[in-house]
Design a protein around this ligand. Sequence first.
Ligand code: HXC
Length: 534
Amino acid sequence: MAAAHPRAMPSGTKRGTNPNLGLSTMDILETLEKRREAARVGGGEKRIEAQHKRGKLTARERIGLLLDKGSFEEFDMFVEHRATEFGMEKNKIPGDGVVTGWGTVNGRTVFVFAKDFTVFGGSLSEAHAQKITKIQDMAMKARAPIVGLFDAGGARIQEGVAALGGYGDVFKRNVVASGVIPQISVIMGPCAGGDVYSPAMTDFIFMVRDTSYMFVTGPDVVKTVTNEVVTSEELGGASVHTTKSAVADGAFDNDVACLLQMRRLIDFLPANNRDGVPEWPSFDDIEREEPSLDTLIPDNPNKPYDIKELILKTVDEGDFFEIADAFAKNIVTGFGRIAGRTVGFVANQPMVLAGVLDADASRKAARFVRFCDAFEIPIVTFVDVPGFLPGTSQEYGGLIKHGAKLLFAYSQASVPLVTIITRKAFGGAYDVMASKHIGGDINYAWPTAQIAVMGAKGAVEIIFRQDAGDKDKIAARTKEYEDRFLSPFVAAERGYIDEVIKPHSTRRRIARALAMLRGKSVEMPARKHDNLPL
Ligand code: HXC
């Protein structure tokens, strides 16, 4: 339990009396400063020291790093809880475990709340919840992003249902704000209960390696209920949530690196769903050609290459912020800029599982596409996909539903969609990856593209089964199939591909397409909402 805290009120001041009575203006100012100082030490020097020893910064230090220097305006630093159970009335700390306010990131308004682990483990009381909901409401009024820095043990146990109610109020606002303002959660310590459920309803979750954990219930409860013995790291560390559960979208080595990366991410994001993408000065010529891309595709169609090379050579100044880089690496998602304006990139990655679409890759990309669409961020899709991954593990894992998520997300997107097929676009995956048929606005292919129902080997085995024993015949049939179908031209002849472009001109072609599509407007029929295959 938190030890008695240095009182915020100057000694000798009784509650209910006017503390300014008989004081000079200088004294009054000094009183204010004393109260502020008391609030700034949170749970006290000892706990701050313990926080630092664990390699973590304090809530205020974190805010200082996230926001532009000197831009933070704090609210409610004198708020205290109103609990009276378990002796809590004698144990109050100004601020009550969360620092809230607003400031700027590279000049753009951002609202922030940071849990203070030194105060009751950052746990949420009724008053603490009201501080957060105030900031959520203000962010919505101002239509500006909100960032939550989490380092907290969930509902304040001593407050019972008042704390649960407080979480409910926060959750509801998370949902109302979804798709209106970007919401980012940064997990920077052990987080449980409501302090993982609220992040789960926001757009992005990032973690700090080795010092942050996310679980609904901690290892002790797990042991009691299931007899399982696990460490915090095994149960909910950054490696679990960035590679296995996909709860988190990325992890960084320490608080400083993480917060600096959050500033970078915010620079890519629109302030809200109406403002459109931010535009930053760019010194990268949109006419820039990349001759090396002409030889990116290996001669052997089964040899991998790194699709990130194409992304990095396409975006302004090679600046790409990857989302969920450690999960479902067979698809790459993230933000870059073209002509200074944010673009979402989705790209099959031939380096991993040949870029196949499986359940994990589908849901990762689907979520990303929906974020981009909600916030009017145009999407560029690079396609090199041999199809959906066959097998029982995929089918039992719901590949049909997960694949449908991506198909649904693209089909529903009304933002500009520019698609470039670099090599394979086989089977249903061709349709899914922002094809013309489901809403692609500009669909280009490199001359190396192969757009077909499947690769030559599989196709010949099925349609020329009668020739199976005859090697020469099979070779001839395979060649015939490759010549006719494994090219971009069958699709181009039908207008499914707008043009076959030279790889070195990819950046220029995309830039021109996006410029042309800036005014894109499509109407969907009126409805309450769609029924995305969740
Ligand atoms: C009140 C809490 C608290 C809580 C921690 N503290 N969690 N106080 N309510 N929920 C206090 C501790 O008493 C301690 O106070 C200080 O915070 C630091 O906690 P430690 O346990 O010493 O730290 P650590 O060993 O790092 O462990 C952190 C922890 C653990 C993993 C978060 O404290 C923990 O498991 N807490 C309980 C988590 C939980 O079950 N919460 C309720 C979830 S239900 P002193 O005075 O010693 O510094 C929930 C409902 C929401 O949130 C609805 C969801 C849908």
